[in-house]
Design a protein around this ligand. Structure first.
Ligand code: PBG
Length: 327
């Protein structure tokens, strides 16, 4: 047989395959989500996320030294709020001595170079488990009142030293409101990583279990996006960039790679993707049963998320993947 093109030549050996690889993962790609609880010397495994932990601030600092040494440069903070502090206003979320604010300070003190990002949404603080303030008569989530509360929350994170606030609430007009408040209060170095295209997804289940933040009634479909839609994601993302987002996000990742690619093509700011708790749990659970090779599934999914267009990936596999990539 005479062939002008033999495509298998560039697949012949590992060295050649590496040489022509279009996508290369590094620990610098990862944003590591961190769950923080009150107390001291506390490490609790999250039952729905095997191998993942909630830690008190002191234990978090110890862990983050490892994280830094693995080459990861950014963390995304989530805190578990005591039930007694939950209400329908979000008051605790802008408490200057709240768990989030203390965590930000402690991390920046111990590891000043670590990029600290903070989740901005009311669900961990809401007695209803919703991302916003609930109109108790109708059960609707109030947009403008929520943006006002989240603006206070964002400023308190900036004041505590957060490098990026990461609004995950999906209210309208929030990015513009936060940017204006940051400017007016002289936080000209604080960034915004917007969860721009965040879908109403069943894949958040294990996370809500980790923070005890599942909605007490209804679902999040009046603010998070319908997973049937793709063009709407472009609209949301472009608006967030116009309102001042520094980094945009598509979430979840694996079931939304088409959206991720289109968002990457539509904007000129860095794009992140969030491989969420359910994606992590699926891989862990099937690996535990011996049905798939968990390490290979981890690297393959992360590589495909980067190939699809993610400049940054928030992933619970950050540490494990970095260990493999460094070896
Ligand atoms: C809070 C928030 C959620 C996640 C990130 N920020 C839960 C939700 O919107 O219900 C999900 C993260 C994950 O599943 O890993 N608004």
């Amino acid at each position: 047989m005479y062939l002008t093109r033999r495509n298998r030549i560039t697949r012949r050996s590992a060295a050649i395959r590496d040489m022509v690889a279009e996508t290369v993962l590094t620990p610098r790609d990862f944003i590591l989500p961190i769950f923080i609880v009150e107390g001291k010397d506390t490490t609790e495994e999250i039952s729905s996320m095997p191998g993942y932990y909630r830690r008190s601030i002191d234990k978090t600092i110890v862990d983050l030294k490892d994280v830094w040494n693995l080459g990861i440069r950014s963390v995304l903070l989530f805190v578990k709020c005591d039930d007694s502090k939950k209400d329908n206003t979000g008051l605790e979320s802008w408490n200057p001595d709240g768990l989030m604010q203390r965590s930000i300070k402690a991390i920046k003190d111990a590891l000043p170079e670590m990029v600290v990002m903070t989740d901005v949404a009311l669900d961990p603080y809401s007695k209803y488990g919703h991302d916003g303030i609930v109109d108790e008569a109708s059960g609707m989530i109030l947009n403008d009142e929520t943006v006002e509360a989240l603006t206070k929350m964002s400023l308190s994170h900036a004041r505590a030293g957060a490098d990026f606030i990461a609004p995950s609430d999906m209210m309208d007009g929030r990015i513009g409101a936060f940017r204006k408040a940051l400017e007016e209060n002289n936080f000209t170095g604080t960034g915004i990583m917007s969860y721009s295209a965040k879908y109403a997804s069943c894949f958040y289940g294990p996370f809500r279990n980790a923070l005890d933040s599942a909605p007490g009634f209804g679902d999040k479909k009046t603010y998070q996006m319908n997973y049937a839609n793709r063009i709407e994601a472009i609209n949301e993302t472009i608006q967030d960039v116009e309102q001042g987002a520094d980094i945009v996000m598509v979430k979840p990742a694996m079931a939304y790679l088409d959206v991720l690619r289109e968002v990457r093509n539509a904007v000129t700011v860095p794009v992140s993707a969030y491989q969420v708790s359910g994606e992590y749990a699926m891989i862990k659970a099937s690996a535990e049963r011996g049905w798939i090779d968990g390490e290979k599934a981890m690297i393959e999914t992360l590589t495909s998320i980067k190939r699809a267009g993610a400049d940054l990936i928030a992933t619970y596999f950050g540490k494990e993947a970095s260990q493999i990539l460094n070896s």
